[in-house]
Write a protein that binds this ligand. Structure first.
Ligand SMILES: [Zn+2]
Length: 310
């Protein structure tokens, strides 16, 4: 059984203006690093489908989805928030980014793949029920979790977020009472730092571990061992989803944490052990941030290589 590598060329066509750090070159770097690593022959390459209106509205307000679909520009840019914009390709890219997770879940639950990595952009974990922010349009990992719960009938899905920024959008969606028994979200992130949330848990299904600027992999591993793993063992997830941001890397100047590739390998192995114990090994990992092109590519290779070694 192999690891699925899910992406789409539409995700390279979304761009938000010159000099924007969330650039198409990020995904190009990941694709090139994966290709140059020799991993591709071990992976099943799949094209991300477009997430449907119904799939998106499981976690987003209908009015928000209708607004994005109706206002997607035919030319130029539509500014959604100070950091987030749409060009004429962004709606397709955002629908592919959300659709990738759905295909990943279908691939692992059908037994076609052991686990999956979605090489996608725009990222998703800052998008709330009703608004885009922080480079995110649709909350990709949330759309995937809702698909697993409402379409596939799973009862417990865990979302792990190791991006340097707190996944406030995912938290906004799944701290609602109707999701609290079905979704466990565990993350670490730099704090205080954008989006300046996560220092208090708004609901019992949130395991937020704020880390001070400068924290390295040893402190991150401690957070995983002391906070994430006990919570995951209690929750017994049937599927693990990962918000895989690589901007906590030491070389990433947008963030101030100091993880290295080996830390991503270690974290991935811990999550694979939980998945093997409770979830038949099922993991769907979805790319979030990461703004140093080389560190992003190297970290994605380390993560995918680990996923493919099972
Ligand atoms: Zn980030």
């Amino acid at each position: 059984m192999t690891t699925a590598y899910i992406t789409h060329v539409d995700c390279l066509r979304h761009e938000m203006g010159r000099g924007h750090p969330e650039s198409p070159q990020r995904l190009t770097s990941v694709n090139e690093h994966i290709r140059d690593s020799g991993l591709l022959e071990k992976l099943i390459s799949l094209e991300a489908p477009l997430a449907s209106d119904v799939q998106l509205k499981r976690v987003h307000r209908a009015a928000y989805i209708d607004l994005i679909f109706a206002n997607a520009p035919d030319e130029g840019y539509l500014q959604l928030d100070p950091d987030t914009a749409m060009n004429p390709h962004s709606l397709a890219a955002a629908r592919r980014a959300a659709g990738a997770g759905i295909l990943g879940i279908d691939a692992v639950t059908s037994g076609r793949a052991a686990n999956a990595f979605c090489a996608i952009r725009p990222c998703g974990h800052h998008a709330t029920q009703a608004r885009s922010m922080g480079f995110c349009i649709f909350n990709n990992v949330a759309v995937a979790a809702a698909h697993a719960l409402e379409q596939d009938g799973l009862e417990r899905v865990a979302i792990i977020d190791f991006d340097v920024h707190h996944g406030n959008g995912t938290e906004d969606i799944f701290s609602a009472s109707e999701w609290q028994d079905k979704v466990l979200m565990a993350g670490f992130f730099q704090h205080p730092f954008y989006p300046y949330s996560g220092n208090v848990n708004p609901a019992p299904n949130m395991v937020n571990v704020p880390l001070a600027a400068g924290s390295d992999g040893a402190l991150a591993r401690q957070a995983v061992e002391k906070r994430w793993l006990p919570a995951l063992e209690d929750f017994e997830p049937q599927l693990l989803l990962i918000s895989a941001g690589f901007d906590a890397h030491r070389d990433d100047l947008l963030g101030g944490l100091a993880l290295v590739e080996d830390d991503y390998v270690w974290i991935t192995r811990q999550l694979m052990a939980i998945a093997a114990r409770f979830a038949q090994g099922q993991i769907v990992s979805m790319m979030e941030g990461g703004y140093n092109l080389s560190a992003l590519g190297r970290s994605a290779v380390a993560h995918v290589r680990t996923l493919s070694t099972h």
